[in-house]
Design a protein around this ligand. Structure first.
Ligand SMILES: [Zn+2]
Length: 656
């Protein structure tokens, strides 16, 4: 946990230097008061990605993405809020005070950090060995050259070589002052009763990176074999405090941005498959490497895209074995396609035969929808065998039943019904049976878990969900909130003193908006809009307070995003100007515009309330609940009075 003040300091600093933050990832050019570049979140030829240093926000007018510096880093690096704050803290050299850190927590954190230092040291050691030693060059580098892996790929994936010598890494680590215990904890060395030595020997080393790019483990491919002993071709780091096999995807660090951008992820099997695809210009690719695909891995992918294409070698036996794993992807609500490579080819070999363009074309032409693929594959197999066909139907139906999205599901039912020549009703019935059974199992499991769970954790279940409403006044509310966010602290007018000796009381734009909106006691359908007003009302508005800073730097990410979004939309501003006669100096016209937009909003809200009440009245009449009629009619009359009052405030103009 990072303490609140530090978060605010980092946010303020980062947003104040947003050009610096963004420039680490995007080439920006000055254009008037703003900076312009090509958007990293969608493909574009002419730049429409704007950074405003004065407001501390970015906005892409092509794809609509926008936010402050923290939002940018979160989106670009796919960081969580805390990760983004830590990243920016490091960038701006702000020491992060961790709140409520127990000695135990500190020790654990220090241990993790020490382990990460050791894995990075080892990765560098392996790289150095590959490139700068005779053994590394003759054994490792020559192999990579023979596999046609280019130098820029060796650098991108930080490939290395671990020498054959029993304790090369241990010796070097000692020299550099790294503790042996962390070498052991990261599994870089093995310690047994009568043996202590490097785990990886005579191997090409593939470092495995975390999402944030830290080396957390290794895969090693054997190069030198001792005919006396049997070695596994690939060996991986064991599970550790920093490396959890089931939660990691090989290549995710190098691929994440492109996966987001292409809105698609290729899933292959091995390290070299990933690297070969990169080399062919396809970099939205990852491998589950060594484990069968897990739910956590699928969740990791789904942070970046909902579209996955699994690439198979053209080997039918292997395909059937891994079909079940794909149900996991379907169950997470992702769209799965399958690409079958020609017989005898794997992604590595095939990508080397085709040019980059031809490979991309081959993929586009040949990837097929998973359920269709599976049906066809199994149908071919069950040709003319009714028993086999029955099993096959069961199998397909199980896959369809895990799909969470009902429309997708029904499309598949239709398709399979056609392909397998079996009625939709039968398929649907079968799907329902499976679903009911799963539901039953899940309920039982939940009941067991409830009984096991302690009382205190039960309270964590009640996190309020965001209400998903269509708010008819969204636009009008945003117009008002924009004034609040941009000019909240500016004095709108001065209230006359109550007696002759009294002083005038200044009323700010923020105070005015809040008190006006409170008048009629109507809230917004959008919980964020309500929250903006609430936060502003409660905020301590001391020296140097500005509404802009307050909202853009708000540590509630939803709020800071909303603020950047609202403020970023300058075209809204021009629309408002057009309505009020197109005057450029907005700040001088606040006294005219703010009361107008606020009162208009109040009037529209009032009209909406009356509309809703009339509908209610009609319903009550139809249902013959006469005792409810009078109170509703009174309510309508009350709102009618409010309406005409507001209309008068607007100078008798009728607003439609
Ligand atoms: Zn964009």
């Amino acid at each position: 946990m990072i303490d609140h003040n530090t978060v605010e300091r980092i946010m303020e600093l980062a947003n104040g230097q947003i050009v610096d933050v963004v420039s680490d990832f995007v080439e920006l050019r000055r254009r008037g008061v703003n900076y312009l570049g090509r958007c990293p979140f969608h493909d574009e030829k002419t730049p429409s990605f704007t950074v405003s240093p004065s407001k501390g926000i970015f906005k892409c007018f092509g794809c609509g993405k926008g936010g402050n510096a923290v939002n940018f880093v979160m989106e670009h690096e796919q960081f969580t809020f805390v990760e983004a704050i830590k990243y920016l803290g490091e960038k701006f050299h702000i020491h992060i005070e961790e709140e409520e850190e127990t000695p135990e927590m500190r020790e654990k954190k220090n241990e993790r950090e020490s382990m990460l230092l050791v894995t990075q040291f080892a990765a560098n050691f392996f790289i150095d060995n590959l490139l700068n030693t005779d053994e590394g060059k003759s054994v490792g580098l020559s192999y990579l050259r023979q596999r046609q892996i280019r130098d820029d790929m060796i650098a991108r994936f930080q490939l290395g070589y671990s020498p054959q010598k029993k304790d090369a890494l241990i010796q070097e680590a000692k020299k550099k002052g790294y503790k042996e215990t962390f070498l052991e904890k990261t599994g870089l060395i093995t310690v047994k009763e009568n043996f202590k030595g490097d785990r990886f020997r005579g191997r090409i080393m593939f470092p495995i990176h975390s999402l944030a790019g830290k080396v957390i483990g290794f895969g090693g491919r054997i190069m030198v074999t001792d005919p006396e002993k049997k070695y596994a071709k690939y060996q991986n780091s064991p599970e550790s405090e920093i490396y959890h096999k089931s939660k990691v995807l090989y290549g995710i660090f190098q691929a994440k941005q492109e996966i987001s951008k292409q809105d698609k992820c290729f899933l292959v099997e091995g390290y070299t498959d990933v690297i070969s695809f990169h080399q062919s210009g396809i970099s939205n690719v990852v491998a589950s490497s060594g484990t069968a695909l897990t739910v956590d891995q699928v969740k990791l992918i789904s942070r970046f895209t909902k579209n996955v294409t699994v690439i198979y070698d053209g080997d039918p036996a292997g395909i059937k074995a891994s079909l079940r794993g794909i149900d996991i992807i379907l169950a997470e609500g992702l769209n799965v396609k399958v690409l079958l490579l020609p017989e005898g080819e794997d992604p590595d070999s095939y990508s080397k035969k085709l040019s980059s363009e031809d490979l991309k074309k081959y993929i586009l032409d040949n990837e097929t929808d998973f359920i269709k693929f599976k049906t066809k594959l199994l149908l071919d197999d069950a040709q003319g065998d009714p028993v086999k066909k029955a099993t096959l139907i069961q199998d397909i139906v199980r896959s369809i039943a895990v799909i969470p999205e009902p429309i997708t599901q029904s499309v598949y039912v239709k398709e399979c019904s056609r392909m397998m020549d079996i009625s939709e009703q039968i398929l649907l019935k079968e799907i329902n049976n499976i679903k009911n059974k799963r539901l039953h199992d899940a309920e039982q499991k939940a009941r067991r878990e409830r009984m096991l769970r302690s009382k205190d954790s039960a309270t964590q279940q009640n996190i309020p969900q965001q209400k998903n409403t269509k708010n008819p006044l969204n636009y009008d509310e945003r117009v008002v909130l924009r004034y609040l966010m941009l000019y909240g602290e500016i004095v709108l007018y001065k209230e006359e003193p109550e007696d002759e000796d009294g002083e005038e009381t200044p009323v700010t734009v923020g105070e005015y908006i809040i008190s006006e909106l409170k008048k009629d006691n109507i809230t917004s359908d959008n919980h964020l809009h309500n929250l903006v007003l609430e936060l502003y009302e409660k905020a301590e508005k001391g020296e140097g307070f500005t509404a802009l800073k307050f909202f853009v730097n708000n540590s509630n990410v939803e709020i800071s995003e909303l603020a950047s979004d609202i403020i970023g939309k300058e075209y809204e501003l021009s629309k408002i100007h057009a309505r009020f006669g197109g005057v450029p100096q907005e700040i001088e016209l606040l006294i005219e515009h703010v009361p107008k937009v606020v009162t208009e909003l109040r009037l529209k809200k009032t009209k909406l309330t009356i509309q809703e009440l009339r509908l209610k009245l009609k319903k009550v009449q139809e249902e013959g609940r006469h005792e409810e009629l009078v109170p509703i009619m009174e309510e309508i009359r009350k709102w009618d009075r409010i309406k005409s009052h507001i209309s008068k405030e607007l100078g008798g103009r009728t607003i439609v």
